[in-house]
Design a protein around this ligand. Structure first.
Ligand code: KG4
Ligand code: ZN
Length: 357
């Protein structure tokens, strides 16, 4: 008898995802997104996201089963994101996962969302080397992690953003530039015909002291881009959007890849994994490839469908936990919207883990 089929459920933000993984292999997955419903607000609206998860969860789980050619009875364990994320959104996924695990009589695992992003790459490129450095860059996160055995060891947080996430910076600046949401892909497109040296945008925290070596900050860059746009508007001049986009993208890609490669060097790590929606950025990819090649570091970037939020990545963590013999979560496991990253398994119990205002 092999290891069980693990169903993974993700609902921490605006994507409802379900994936099925066994022995490190992706068997099937499905995804629904409420992104279009948030577009006119310029960002994710938590209540709209939670309601969309309620509608999408069952069809998405069915979709993943159909994609894999499996039935619910084939599921041997359920893994679900218990945090961090939007409270109402997480609640919906966890309630669904509990119901399924209870009805099927199979173990339930709570998973840290960022561990899911880390594990996503294993579905494409196989087990992660121990150790590796992982750069997670999305609309909600900018984190640099030192990862050993994902299922067993503590994950070391080397750095985080002190304010905006990299994707958030793309999204907010795109709005100021008059580009559509989500802003990252729009900036990427606009930048193709722009000059990255046209505007000398700052490179935040690249010259800071030892405390900031692997921390990020993007709100100053966002403000600099907004000021640059305003100065054109105030002078009645047309905004050179392509140049602004190219220069912003260059600044973000430069900071991200410089710090990631420096983290590898400092910790003697030979493999860098880049995941999250911003990993789709063409300049981030090119610069990461160039700098890793120059430093003798192997770069792993999963395909875009695994980079952005999805259920397969949560199933991948569940599969690792099951195979490592990790203890499942009790059925009264709760969510933790602001869970710090310690271990891949995240099993906050009862009400204690959720702060009651
Ligand atoms: O991982 P993701 O789908 O969701 C989370 O935020 O967790 O990432 C979405 C983010 C958005 O901020 C979006 O603008 C950004 O990823 N993004 C990009 C690109 N594609 C998506 N940013 C820059 N360039 C892109 N090509
Ligand atoms: Zn995410």
């Amino acid at each position: 008898m092999g290891s069980p089929v693990v169903l993974g459920i993700e609902s921490s933000c605006d994507e409802t995802g379900a994936g099925l993984v066994r022995d490190g292999r992706l068997l099937g997955h499905a995804l629904a997104s409420s992104m279009d419903e948030h577009a006119r607000f310029g960002g994710v609206v938590p209540e709209i996201a939670a309601r969309a998860h309620v509608h999408a969860l069952t069809p998405v789980v069915r979709g993943a089963l159909a994609d894999a050619g499996l039935r619910a009875a084939d599921i041997g364990a359920v893994a679900v994101t218990t945090g961090p994320g939007l409270s109402g959104a997480l609640q919906v996924g966890l309630a669904g996962a509990k119901g399924l695990a209870y009805a099927l009589g199979v173990p339930l695992y709570g998973v840290h969302h960022l561990a899911g992003h880390v594990a996503a790459d294993t579905l494409e490129h196989g087990p992660l080397p121990d150790p590796c450095v992982v750069l997670i860059v999305s609309g909600g996160h900018t984190s640099l992690l030192l990862v050993r055995d994902l299922a067993r060891d503590r994950i070391v947080h080397l750095g985080d953003t002190l304010d905006d996430a990299a994707g958030e910076c793309f999204d907010k600046v795109a709005r100021v530039f008059g580009l559509p949401y989500p802003g990252g892909p729009a900036i990427d497109r606009a930048a193709r015909v722009g000059d990255p040296r046209a505007v000398p945008f700052p490179r935040p925290l690249t010259t800071g002291g030892p405390g900031n070596r692997f921390a990020f900050s993007f709100s100053g860059l966002k403000t600099a881009a907004a000021r640059w746009a305003e100065s054109h508007h105030a002078a009645g001049r047309a905004l050179p959007v392509a140049d602004g986009a190219a220069a912003l993208q260059e600044a973000i890609a430069d900071v991200l890849t410089r710090k990631a490669v420096a983290a590898c060097a400092e910790h003697g790590v030979r493999t860098l994994v880049v995941v999250g929606g911003v990993a789709a950025n063409s300049r981030v990819r090119t610069l990461a490839e160039e700098r890793c090649a120059a430093a003798g570091i192997t770069l792993r970037v999963p395909p875009l469908r695994l980079c952005t939020d999805n259920g397969a990545m949560i199933a991948a963590v569940g599969d690792l936990l099951v195979r490592a013999g990790a203890a499942p979560a009790p059925l009264d496991v709760s969510i933790d919207p602001s869970a710090p990253l310690e271990y891949a398994a995240l099993h906050p119990v009862g009400r204690a883990a959720v702060a009651v205002a």
